[in-house]
Ligand binder design. Structure first.
Ligand SMILES: Cc1ncc(C[n+]2csc(CCOP(=O)(O)OP(=O)(O)O)c2C)c(N)n1
Ligand SMILES: [Mg+2]
Length: 485
């Protein structure tokens, strides 16, 4: 029991010490150029005030990240007492990992803190820079490229979604509402950084140079698709662009990312691994195994959690009882930060800083980007069945990340209505052409279903292929006629 008490005390003390900006501000990171200015220009308490005053206050009725538990629990107040009490004894337990002070009064650590972890942002909802923010100027070229790619992603979603509705592709899933989290995080990475995505990050691949034709070929599962038509639409991947193929089982990419990061470490590469996960994905065991593994192995990996409020129909209040995802990093000994995922500038700056720390300190980082899935989960879902239309509208209009960034770019004199309409019509044209060409391209040959796993297919696979061919020959009317045998 004594050991338990002393551990509680030690954890609570550690929590308090690191609480401002989850350790990034007041711990190691001030040796890092990106954070020097944060440390000098803004105290952690001023950040909390800013977040409280912000128009994205967590108390907003349209905000899905409910906070009431954090103010009402009795235990919450006990944490402060735990911090403030004087040491009753100068004695401590010499325990592996460091000395642990003793106390003789029983105290449980509360399940949550009174205040939620603040959310870092640079732009308000109207696209204006926050006064006194630690904004670093970005070039016109970068800003315009980021904005153009966000628009391209929007257009891509519209056209592919329509193609699915017309029955031309079997499935689709949009990134609507999460364009900034996609594009701005990608813009902050280096080409050698290895990306292991979930599935709602095609903007990262778009940023890296995947063409509209390549997206279309994958969605249509034709001969030019790198996966040879074996996967459902949206399971993109590119060896050339260091982008691992999307895998359907949630969270499998996370332990793999730690392994990839560790190999970069062993090879002394100037690069890190970057992996994306949704809020729902954090309930998988793989998430926890990956975080612990990364912390202990000191792997240069950035975990980017897109907390978009929903995992299909599961609201985050049913997903976890912690203050979101960001607090979980600290439990594993990982520097962590919460950022406004709908603020492209803040996401860009956060991921650049995270990358710098991951590579220079050879350590993992956890980023929780607060955003919202404006579209349905996928074309197999109708989200109005489980969430209010008002909530969707609020995020679509008032918190739209693309409009918000456009206002800032326009205010700089870098963008105009004329450029906007030219860009939109040009992308629409390119997309329609890409879709038409992909649709006309021949499908992969049937034999591809059985190749590329074994050098010599085992007998059972040979047997399955034979049976499949016989069945198709007997019932050809029931099988697609455009798949070469
Ligand atoms: C291991 C596993 N369990 C369940 C599913 C079914 N599934 C597909 S997407 C999804 C929700 C994931 O939500 P989240 O991680 O929040 O990502 P989002 O769709 O919100 O971007 C679920 C449960 C799956 N693909 N894999
Ligand atoms: Mg989600």
């Amino acid at each position: 029991m004594a050991i338990w008490f002393t551990r509680s005390r030690s954890i609570a003390y550690y929590l308090k010490r690191k609480m401002s900006f989850m350790g990034i501000l007041n711990q190691h990171s001030c040796t890092n150029p990106y954070f020097e200015s944060i440390c000098s220009s803004s105290s952690s308490s001023s950040r909390i005030t800013d977040a409280e005053n912000s128009s994205i206050s967590c108390h907003s009725s349209a905000f899905p990240f409910s906070v009431h538990r954090f103010e009402s629990t009795k235990a919450a107040g006990q944490l402060d007492q735990l911090y403030s009490s004087d040491d009753e004894s100068s004695q401590s337990l010499d325990f592996p990992g460091g000395k642990v002070a003793y106390i003789s009064e029983m105290r449980f650590i509360s399940e949550s803190n009174q205040k939620r972890i603040p959310c870092y942002r640079l732009l308000n909802d109207n696209g204006e820079l926050i006064n006194g923010s630690d904004f670093h100027q970005v070039t016109e070229e970068l800003a315009v490229k980021m904005y153009s790619k966000m628009v391209t992603l929007q257009q891509m979603d519209t056209i592919f979604y329509e193609a699915q509705r017309q029955g031309r592709i079997s499935f689709y899933l949009t990134s609507v509402g999460e364009e900034a989290a996609n594009i701005a995080s990608a813009a902050a990475l280096g080409a050698d950084d290895v990306v292991l995505p979930q599935y709602r990050e095609p903007g990262v691949l778009l940023w890296r140079g995947f063409t509209l034709e390549e997206f279309a070929n994958q969605c249509f599962g034709n001969k030019a698709d790198y996966g040879k038509g074996r996967q459902m639409p949206i399971h993109y991947g590119s060896k050339k662009l260091n982008y691992f193929t999307v895998s359907s089982p949630i969270a499998t990419q996370l332990p793999q990312a730690v392994g990839a990061a560790y190999s970069l470490k062993m090879d002394k590469k100037d690069a890190c691994a970057v992996t994306y996960i949704g809020d729902g994905g954090t309930s998988e065991g793989d998430f926890h195994a990956a975080l612990n593994f990364a912390a202990v192995m000191e792997a240069p990996v950035i975990f980017i959690c897109r907390n978009n409020g929903w995992a299909i129909s599961t609201h985050i209040s049913e997903q976890f009882r912690s203050d979101g995802v960001v607090v979980k990093g600290q439990a594993y000994g990982i520097q962590s930060i919460r950022v406004d995922g709908n603020d492209a500038l803040a996401v860009y700056r956060t991921i650049r800083a995270a990358r710098e720390i991951a590579i220079s300190e050879q350590k993992p980082i956890l980023v929780e980007a607060l955003t919202y899935r404006v579209g349905h989960h996928s074309t197999s879902d109708d989200s109005t069945k489980y969430r209010p239309v008002d909530e969707i509208e609020y995020w679509k209009m008032a918190r739209n990340p693309v409009n918000r960034f456009r206002k800032w770019v326009e205010r700089n004199g870098w963008w105009s209505d004329k450029e906007e309409s030219e860009l939109r019509s040009s992308i629409r044209k390119q997309l329609l052409q890409a879709i038409q060409a992909a649709e006309k391209t021949q499908k992969p040959e049937l034999g591809n279903l059985f190749s590329d796993v074994y050098d010599h297919p085992p007998l059972n696979l040979q047997e399955q292929e034979k049976q499949l061919r016989e069945t198709i020959n007997r019932h050809s009317q029931d099988f697609p006629s455009d798949v070469p045998m």
